[in-house]
Design a protein around this ligand. Structure first.
Ligand code: GLU
Length: 291
């Protein structure tokens, strides 16, 4: 363990729709890990990408977590309340020449044309902001996925901190958010494993303590696609919380006893906290949901 702050975990959904089985599974795993470690479990609404936010989703997410007994500590946190804060940190990084404006469109970058912005001072209004990386190797040991490394080598690795449309990029926001909430443990879906080196890079740049990571498998459908809003995963049924928790405990390889199927949510969660063993998920990146 590299971070010895008291255990603070979090669940950070984007309000882009209702929670589906996959997102609820992530919530449950991070809740169980936090409770098992007698830590705090915080809820953060990742609502910076205003174009993707869907009206009503926040209420739906809160209601769903509540119905499933996943009660969070403190009041929920909203990224959108801290816009000034992100901007101030970007100004500081820019003053120190650690960022630069980039005018390349997505189309240019997707066509793999070289981005020359690093060496040109652009004054165009519609530019994004990239971090000017220094070549280095970032390695970290994920509790389930083992050692992961990424070599940052050249300007192609200069990732976005702020998009051309002015929206603060996820990679940057998440670092500031985790620090604001004093998070010590990140438990989230394995689909985000590859973005972790960028976040560790930024933490080092900002002089922040390293975090502990645990990337849990994502749920995929029979076609091998991750359950997501894009693949039209349906919202979890709020009328059947017990059956769903039981199903998720099985998907998370916790082997719940059969009789737990009909137990009240509170009892199911008590059993799950007492018996939680994430190591049954070691090296598993995806779990197939058969129905
Ligand atoms: N908001 C992100 C998502 O819904 C998760 C961020 C995180 O856990 O780091 O995919």
């Amino acid at each position: 363990m590299i971070n010895n702050r008291p255990y603070i975990g979090r669940f950070a959904p984007s309000p882009t729709g209702s929670l589906h089985l996959g997102s609820l599974c992530t919530a449950l795993a991070s809740f169980l890990e936090a409770r098992r470690q007698q830590g705090l479990w915080l809820l953060r609404i990742d609502d910076l990408d205003t174009q993707r936010n869907i009206k009503g989703s926040v209420d739906n997410i809160l209601k769903t977590l509540y119905t499933f007994g996943l009660h969070w500590d403190r009041t929920e946190d909203y990224q959108s309340h801290y816009l000034k804060n992100y901007e101030e940190i970007l100004i500081d990084l820019t003053k120190n020449q650690q960022t630069y404006p980039c005018i390349c469109s997505r189309k240019i970058l997707l066509a793999k044309q070289p981005c020359l912005c690093r060496d040109i001072i652009s004054t165009q209004a519609h530019s994004s902001l990239r971090v000017r990386i220094n070549p280095c190797l970032i390695s970290f040991k994920d509790k389930l996925q083992g050692l992961t490394s990424h070599q940052f080598s050249n300007q192609n690795d200069d990732f976005l901190l702020k998009r051309r449309d002015g929206i603060i990029a996820y990679q940057f926001a998440v670092v500031i958010d985790d620090e604001r909430q004093q998070v010590s443990q990140v438990v989230r879906g394995a689909d985000l494993l590859d973005s972790t080196p960028n976040q560790i890079y930024l933490r080092q740049l900002l002089g922040l303590t390293p975090l502990n990571y645990m990337h849990i498998p994502v749920i995929i459908d029979e076609g091998g696609y991750k359950l997501s809003k894009q693949t039209r995963a349906t919202a979890v049924d709020l009328k059947k919380p017990q059956a769903i928790i039981f199903k998720l405990l099985n998907l998370l390889k916790q082997n719940p006893p059969k009789e737990l199927n009909q137990s009240p949510i509170k009892e199911q969660l008590e059993w799950a906290i007492n018996n939680w063993n994430p190591l049954f998920l070691k090296n598993v990146r995806a779990i197939c949901n058969n129905d």
